[in-house]
Design a protein. Structure first.
Length: 131
């Protein structure tokens, strides 16, 4: 994670963020409650990051590695579908192609684990000639 921070910080450019936006209040919906942006941000961090991480770690303990990785990779696809359904987000061609690659990999991982069956040991020879 620290390596990702070092590599991605120049691209994210956090010094250009309007930090004063965290000091105002907003109303998320027309008839909704007015919230400080910082509270909404913390809620998003807790739900989207902390709870998701805890659920993911506890799920991997109960699932096989292949199933756990498949479920984790499908989270990105699920997020894109939810964003499309809730806020009308659109996906570009490269994003759709990437989603198809992820879905193909998940399908491949699942079919590969299902097709592997442990070999059946040969039965001992019990014919009279073997005695």
């Amino acid at each position: 994670m620290a390596g990702a921070v070092v590599v991605l910080t120049p691209f994210a450019r956090p010094w250009d963020l309007p930090w004063e936006a965290f000091t105002v209040s907003v109303t998320p919906s027309a008839d909704g409650l007015e919230l400080p942006v910082a509270v909404a941000y913390l809620w998003m961090v807790v739900v989207a990051t902390v709870v998701a991480y805890i659920l993911g770690v506890s799920a991997v303990r109960r699932l096989s590695a292949a199933v756990g990785v498949t479920v984790a990779s499908l989270g990105v696809i699920g997020g894109a579908v939810v964003a499309w359904g809730l806020v009308g987000e659109t996906l570009g061609g490269f994003q759709i192609a990437g989603g198809m690659i992820v879905l193909s990999g998940a399908l491949l991982a699942q079919t590969a684990t299902r097709s592997r069956t442990p070999p059946v040991p040969p039965l001992p020879d019990v014919s009279p000639a073997a005695r």
